[in-house]
Design a binder for this molecule. Sequence first.
Ligand SMILES: NC(=O)c1ccc[n+]([C@@H]2O[C@H](COP(=O)([O-])OP(=O)(O)OC[C@H]3O[C@@H](n4cnc5c(N)ncnc54)[C@H](O)[C@@H]3O)[C@@H](O)[C@H]2O)c1
Length: 360
Amino acid sequence: MKIYRAAVIGCSRMGAFIDHEVTDYKAIVLPYSHAAGFQVEERTDLVACSDLRLDVMEEFGELYGVAKEHQYTDYREMLEKEQPQIVSVATQPEHRAEVVIDLAKHGVKAVYAEKAMAASMEEARAMVDAVEENGVFFNLGTNRRWHPGFDSMKSIIDSGDLGKLKTLIIYSNGTLFNSASHHFDLVFRLNGDVPATWVSAHLPNGDSVVKDQIVSEDPAGHGIIQFENDVTVYVMLSPRTSEWEAICERGSLTCWNNGWQWQLRRQADVPGWRRCLVPGTFPEFESSSSTQNLIKDLVQALDADTVTRGGIRVAYASMELIFAFIESHLQSGKRINLPLVGSELRLKRDSAPRQPRFSV
Ligand SMILES: NC(=O)c1ccc[n+]([C@@H]2O[C@H](COP(=O)([O-])OP(=O)(O)OC[C@H]3O[C@@H](n4cnc5c(N)ncnc54)[C@H](O)[C@@H]3O)[C@@H](O)[C@H]2O)c1
């Protein structure tokens, strides 16, 4: 059994310590952070780490057994000395593209990069080029793509049992880079990664945070996404957090409370009520860690030289929706056709890294 050498760049919350924040949250099956995922996964060996913050790396080393001589403030030096085969990039989006491009050019064969993909469309395109030219297996950390509950939802949609998929609803989109990056990837996944053709959107605080092509804070946004196969997504900003719905011709599938409840409703003729939707049975599924599933997907791709469930083009597609939402807002909600061309927007926040929780 081949064991792959893994390393983490960006050793803060999602890179290493977020597990400590979610121990009492049943929506998340541990391991959740990249490092915890590599530690639990039997096919990977966590050999090194890199961060600009020495104190964070020191705690990382303690928790994951990575000795000081394998901790690097310069990730390029880490690549030279450690020759990892799978590398995580759990930095903020403003510090993602350069690192991922360097990894690809250095010959790293598999990359697990956090969402959102990048800070501009120019960066995202450069990442696509570098990853494809160097044959890198790539997965973006949009965890629900590897969540077995959404696998079940997708299987029912694909089976045609409820008729054709017509509509998807994101109940609470949140901020575009941080939260919508997850939701947009999920609707792509549920709709079979069919391309989107246009979006129309409004950002409630867009006027104050986007100036001269600079996005100085992560803006929330709501709107509509139209897919090539006539499926429409209604993207809401409602207080119903972490809930999604897929509406088919003869039934609907809903995830409530970030996976606490799953509901299937099926069309039926009910005496006195004519045709209506009645509760059906959402299939049982076995919970598992989406982070570990994502890592296993990279391992499988490395083993068999096959594509991953995510991939750089899938990551690019949801990146495009984020910037198309902002462009639409700037043009008073105008329909923005996809592929997105000419966007010069750039996310550039002035924020310090967050302090990770070193213990539970
Ligand atoms: N998938 C999820 O559910 C989930 C959850 C939380 C965060 N995230 C994502 O993970 C990413 C990181 O979030 P966070 O809250 O852990 O961020 P953070 O700001 O706390 O940490 C980022 C770390 O990257 C380090 N860093 C920056 N540039 C670097 C470089 N060149 N070399 C080495 N290290 C570098 C910083 O020093 C910092 O420690 C974000 O994109 C965020 O959206 C995803």
